[in-house]
Unconditional design. Structure first.
Length: 107
């Protein structure tokens, strides 16, 4: 019985690892998707005095923030981010994160 549970747990862990590996972002697709993002964050993702820079941030952090906006656990006063995130898939978010993480951030 214990062996069966260990095998099941091992298979589950392998499936989770494979899913995570496939979920990696494509920066080229992210660049295509970033058209709406540039309205506020700028063409280089460097933001301005009212909008934060997102260029050069870690992919995992960017994905976490986009998911938080989409779920409503992180809100913005004007709900702009929530509106932009509502139609994005997890893969879209991964692609955007890969693109913005690849850009040079503020020095």
């Amino acid at each position: 019985m214990l062996t069966r549970k260990l095998i099941t747990a091992g298979v589950f862990a392998l499936l989770m690892a494979a899913g995570a590996a496939q979920a990696g972002g494509d920066a080229a697709k992210g660049k295509e998707l970033s058209v709406d993002c540039t309205d506020c964050h700028g063409a280089n993702g460097l933001g301005d005095k009212d909008v934060p820079a997102i260029a050069g941030l870690k992919e995992a952090f960017l994905i976490e923030q986009m998911q938080a906006f989409k779920s409503g656990t992180r809100a913005d006063k004007k709900e702009v981010m929530m509106m932009y995130m509502e139609d994005l898939s997890d893969q879209d978010m991964a692609d955007l994160a890969a693109y913005y993480a690849s850009l040079p951030g503020k020095k």
